[in-house]
Ligand binder design. Structure first.
Ligand code: ADP
Ligand code: GN1
Ligand code: MG
Length: 356
């Protein structure tokens, strides 16, 4: 650790380092000194095969935003003493970012305001980058939200899984198969080129937003997966992580419930930023986006369980299976709420257009 801190110009004796946050992919530490605090991250090299691509993307985005939206708080990493954004140590890559002052993250939603603020932040991010040249972005995780491929990976895992795991996951496997229509719609959408590519965050879960002490959104973080993509990825992951007061870690599935106020908050927050930009075809997919992401995440957790827990950090045996059950429960509740959601959107649109 000392080598790494030195590379960023920090004297190890002046700082304390402690594990931080609840991300499932990278390792994160808070580095605290008397006057300055930082976030240090080790990039998960099993997931991100070309960490330099992430660093390059962030430089491009930062340069663009500095010119077009200088006030915007972009949580970019700091250069090392050699001017590099990634430092290599023992075969791993590390980066350092300023710890945003007076910020905190939440792992689940406790009030509509958090859902509204988070949706607004992610909407603002894509809106501000509307004019950014997509060709400048590298695909840090190719096919990351390609649902067709995720289904293929699930099938491969099914074919290779050990008997015990297959038996334990039998009910969940059936549930995934029963909802395959969600993947069929995705295929049509992509083949028909129905919606445009935009600068998409691809990981809009609630603990990737920094809040201030009043629960106002400060900025988006966890920028590793910023790539060209479809808006359904971002709105969908908001539905997945902002609608239920219980998150994907909850083992008591009766707590996985949809709070309608949180749905309304997501719609308002995102549309206030992106309403003037989204095409009609995109707007028509607003509710589908939730099905798309919840279903994909259920498949990803279940696939990882069948593969022997090789992708996500896990804390106990069967953790990924519980997460998959949780997401499938959420999916079921989401499908039951679809008509209501449609009604809410109609009402909100009507209210927006009616003269005062
Ligand atoms: P992961 O990819 O593992 O989810 P994140 O980039 O989301 O990693 O970081 C993990 C956690 O560290 C976040 O949820 C947040 O609590 C905290 N964090 C990350 N970057 C910052 C920052 N610049 N300022 C304050 N906290 C941060
Ligand atoms: C991972 O890095 P983190 O914890 O924010 C994952 C997301 C999943 C999420 C599920 C690169 O996000 O795609 O939705 O876990 N990130 C990657 O909690 O796979
Ligand atoms: Mg994160």
């Amino acid at each position: 650790m000392d080598n790494i801190l030195n590379s960023f110009g920090l004297k190890p004796n002046n700082f304390q380092t402690a594990s931080f946050g609840s991300g499932l992919i990278n390792h994160t530490w808070k580095v605290s000194g008397t006057n300055h605090q930082y976030i240090l991250q080790q990039i998960n090299k099993n997931v991100f095969k070309a960490p330099q691509d992430i660093a390059n993307n962030l430089v491009e985005l930062e340069n663009y935003l500095k010119q077009t939206a200088p006030e915007y708080l972009f949580a970019a990493p700091l250069p090392s003493i050699h001017g590099k954004y990634l430092v290599e140590d023992g075969g791993n890559y590390y980066r350092l970012s300023p710890f945003i002052k007076n910020s905190h993250t939440v792992d689940f939603i406790e009030q509509s305001k958090q859902a509204y603020e988070a949706a607004k932040q992610f909407g603002k991010f894509t809106r501000l980058l509307k004019g950014f040249d997509l060709k400048k972005l590298k695909y840090t995780l190719p096919d990351f939200h390609n649902l067709t491929l995720r289904v293929e990976q699930f099938k491969t895992a099914l074919a290779n899984a050990d008997k015990e795991r297959l038996k334990n996951a039998a009910a969940e496997i059936l549930q995934v198969e029963a909802n395959i229509d969600i993947a069929r719609i995705y295929k049509q959408l992509v083949n028909g080129k129905k919606i445009p590519m935009r600068v998409i965050h691809h990981d809009t879960k609630i603990n990737n937003i920094l809040f201030d002490d009043n629960n106002c959104g400060l900025c988006v973080i966890d920028l590793d997966t910023v790539m060209p993509g479809y808006f359904i990825s971002d709105v969908g992951d908001m539905m997945r992580t902002y609608l239920s007061p219980a998150n994907e870690e909850e083992r008591d599935l009766s707590k996985v419930q949809i709070n309608d106020d949180y749905f309304i908050a997501v719609y308002k927050g995102y549309m206030e930023e992106m309403g003037g930009t989204l095409t009609t075809a995109e707007k028509d997919l607003f509710i589908y986006s939730g099905k798309f992401m919840i279903y994909m995440q259920a498949i990803r957790f279940l696939t990882d369980f069948l593969n022997g827990d090789i992708y996500y950090h896990t804390q106990y045996a069967g953790h990924n299976l519980v997460r998959a059950q949780n997401q499938l429960t959420l999916l079921e509740r989401y499908l039951q709420s679809e008509n209501k959601f449609n009604e809410y959107i109609k009402q909100m649109e009507k209210a927006a257009f009616s003269p005062i």
